[in-house]
Design a protein around this ligand. Sequence first.
Ligand SMILES: [Fe+2]
Ligand SMILES: [Fe+2]
Length: 291
Amino acid sequence: MSRLEEKIFQEYMTFFEKAERERRWNVFQDIPWERVNKDASEELALCAETFCSVEMYLPDYVANGINLVRKYFGQAWFQANWAYEESKHSLTLMQYLLRSGKRTEEQLSDLQHQIFAKKWDLPFHTPRQMTFYGCVQEMATFVIYVKHRERAATEGDECLRTIYDYIARDEIAHCRFYQSVIKVLLEEDRPGTLTDMAHVFANFEMPGVGIVPDYDSRILKMREAGVDRNVFIQKVYMPILKYLGVNRHEMLAAQRTALELRRGGERRDPSIEGLASAPNLDNTAPQALSA
Ligand SMILES: [Fe+2]
Ligand SMILES: [Fe+2]
């Protein structure tokens, strides 16, 4: 194991020890299924169904993700544990939709067929870029689930509130792991890591875009429940940079450098492909989040 791999493995051990000790929850025992509110709004159900749909692409996330990092022990083992935790998210939300009477078995099986007719592909192709993508995606997902946790509470659905609470805790833990790996990578190669971060921010989209059935109309209906560009900057982008000890100017400089390198042509770096289409971080708001 190289020094870098050793450090990442240590981060995984810290993550896993904490997960085993503090964060395990049981779909069958820990959810107050009897406290589901069958009279909650259809909008609440539609949101749960949309999140469930995004979580259902798990086979693609796992297959693509784990193959990309299979030679890095800590990262590969993280993917395996991550997959177990994520598998509970879609399962629990599916159970919620059935037990609340909001959806029938037939409706869910229809939805599943539509979901599996499409495939999720890796949005980025290097382990470092995907690690940062994971970091942003998990943080954005966390923010969304926290928001919906409050919404479920407002609608008097203690069951769904509890589900979102457990899921949100998982998502922020996933984000923390990715952040800790990025910290190590920044120590190892700061300019290169910053360039990858700029690239990912500039091209970030939530995983459901273009594959979840009727994604755009779902997002429209979820308008007040989502995360708009401002919230993304305030609750995802800035906190991540702060946690990593990167200031916004440094980030913007990294993006400019990446663009210049690209314009220079000679030292064309595949990791910065796509930056030209989004030359300013102020244009990076993920469409998928502008709900
Ligand atoms: Fe999840
Ligand atoms: Fe997650």
